[in-house]
Design a protein around this ligand. Structure first.
Ligand code: ZN
Length: 69
């Protein structure tokens, strides 16, 4: 015999469990996006540092050439 209250509680549990699963999935997607954002920032930073180093190397080279030192 089906208990009406048990059926209601089961429905509520299924709904809550499904909601939890969706929340965990959303969190995982956000975490993955954050990793990509952090990676892009790290990549952009390393590229900027590479350009800065190249400009500094060129400035040193030009100075040595014109200054003869
Ligand atoms: Zn010099």
């Amino acid at each position: 015999m089906l208990c009406e209250e048990k059926g209601r509680l089961l429905d509520a549990y299924v709904t809550a469990a499904d909601h939890h699963a969706q929340a965990v999935q959303s969190r995982s997607i956000i975490a993955a996006k954050d990793i990509r954002t952090a990676f892009r920032k790290a990549l952009a930073h390393s590229e900027q540092a590479r350009q800065d180093a190249e400009e500094a190397r060129l400035a040193l080279h030009l100075h040595s050439k014109t200054h003869g030192c």
